[in-house]
Design a protein around this ligand. Sequence first.
Ligand SMILES: Nc1ncnc2c1ncn2[C@@H]1O[C@H](COP(=O)(O)OP(=O)(O)OP(=O)(O)O)[C@@H](O)[C@H]1O
Ligand SMILES: [Mg+2]
Length: 675
Amino acid sequence: MAEACGVDTKVPCRISISALNRTQISARDEAFLWFYRAESVRQYFGEGRPSKLYVWTLKLSSNAPRSAYSPGDAMSHVVAAQQGKGLTTLWRIMVLTWRHPWMVIITILSCFISSALQLWTPLLLGQAVDRAEGVLDGGVGAAEALWTIAVILLVVSVFRGLFTMSMNYFGEAVGHHTAYELRLAVYEKIQRLSFSYHDKVHTGDLITVGMLDLEGVRMFFATGLLRVVLLGTLIGVGAYMLISTDWILGLLALSFAPFVAVNSSITQLKLRATWLMLQERLQDLSRVMEENLGGIRVVRAFAGARHEMKKYNGASDAALKLAHDRVNIRVNSTSIMNISFFVSMALVLWYGGERVISGEMTVGTLAAFLTFMTILQMPVRQLGLLVNSFARASTCGNRLFAFLDLEIEIRDEPGAKPLKLSEGTLRFENVDFAYPSAPFRPVLAGVSFEGRKGETIGIVGKPGSGKSTIAHLIPRFYDVTGGRVTIDGQDVRAVTLASLRQAVAVVQQDSFLFTTNIENNIAYGDPWAKGARIASASEYAQLHNYIIGLPTGYETIVGERGVSLSGGQRQRLNIARSLMLRPAVMVFDDSTAAVDAGTEQRIRTAMKRFAKDRVTLIISHRLSSLMHADQILFIDEGKIVERGTHEELLALGGRYRALYDLQVKPGDDQLEAAE
Ligand SMILES: Nc1ncnc2c1ncn2[C@@H]1O[C@H](COP(=O)(O)OP(=O)(O)OP(=O)(O)O)[C@@H](O)[C@H]1O
Ligand SMILES: [Mg+2]
């Protein structure tokens, strides 16, 4: 299946998957496909090469047995990210890291070997110095011995280089593999998040979790765990060798270590604090810029450039000041560390020099001491980085795992079955609702109505009266707080989300275009669709003639970097996209507001045949859009205040009548009555 999708070719996936037999796809597979639809679209519209995640969804769609998943499959990664749930953050990262045991073992072994070789170098150098002295004194065989040491030194250095390379390579690889799994898990989670979560959390924060926090966790192995082994070995063994050779000189050589270690740790913690602040300022900057670009027309139209520049300048100043602070902290700390290191070196030279002069020590041993000190300087300075890495992994991991473990409010109930469609009847039974972000403000109260297959229900009411909310409850964007919504007698909460959302299409008030061609935009809900169906859907939506009039027809790229469509054209594309789902319940939420009355009339006529097989809900402020409906509901403050056919409501002479009169021949008195 992966090959059929064109993993290694430039064949757009949509073409190859359209060859799949649609009936092979079970409801369970549909469920997964729903979750990954966004990802799949990005892939087959985007850079050509589908991700493993997408290939995985395709495997599911071909009913591949579960045993066919190889360890490289996305499913195993998504499940893996749940490992270690309940452990403390750092333990949990370690558990995830240990999913690549061979790489971890190779890294740590390479680390030990390269540290041992590094520690051997000063001893060899010391011996070389002594032999060189022998050569100068004309000692027998001293020159050969010097050559031998030189060759050993060369070989040791080459091997040290090779093992360091292997340590760095596998150390990074472990981090990247772990990050890869976590990234898929984060993306999978994003696909399933409830709408109420998006109401509360800023998109930027989600991106921070998926990018920055993930980085913090990725770096933990290479900059944290591995460094513990590396620095532990170098400092521990190095110190032992120094002290066991000559304890006084050893202590003098190590006297710089505590100062440097403490200083470096404090510095790194300070740098981390300023880094976090800097990060916030940079986020401010990108938010200001994002808003400016998003609202570029408003900025230009209202001559807001000067004010915008001032906002950006303020945020930039703060960022520059923090960057300065960071440079100061770094420079001060480097000076302190250098001074303490050179003071201990001077002590070693003074005391060691005396002993060499008195003949108690060879020049070679003193040279070895000094080389040891230079080698030890690096790991001691890096202790601070270790502290930083632990702190960073802990905070980033906390946020990342909290996100991954988040309970999804709207999800399949245990034992949920796919929706079984028979009559195609939609019922609202005494529905109450309040948005989770404002639980004490009822938005709907006691809403009941029924729509049968082939029927059209019109919903009208003031802005904010709760019309769109009714639409949101059918595909479970939110769950009712009282009463229930059923389709063919099945509570929408008792059926699988994927089957429900396949059966209900809501044409939203505002439409979104992906940066790809028109055909792919329309076929978003059904990657298996053939060209003829796409054309037929756009004919229903009265868009076909416009599209074929374009120089590149259905291949025309739209979206941010493509041809811009007008508001009305976007809405019609949105309608065509929803028609592709062939839903049992179709909701038009003010989706023809930007379309002229004539085109709307043509859409309505074309849709008659389509509406025969489903319940259609039309929400609109324009009465002409819904007065043909079999039943019209007039909503006010979340309650149905009037209901009936157009004629019945006119005869009733209430709010609907007033609104009708206003739209037919507006005058001040009707305006008051309609209010
Ligand atoms: N995500 C949300 N969180 C909290 N409150 C919301 C949310 N969406 C809508 N509301 C509130 O619920 C009420 C009903 O909103 P709804 O969008 O259903 O109105 P509407 O009738 O569709 O209005 P319009 O005609 O302007 O589209 C409004 O008071 C609105 O402020
Ligand atoms: Mg609305």
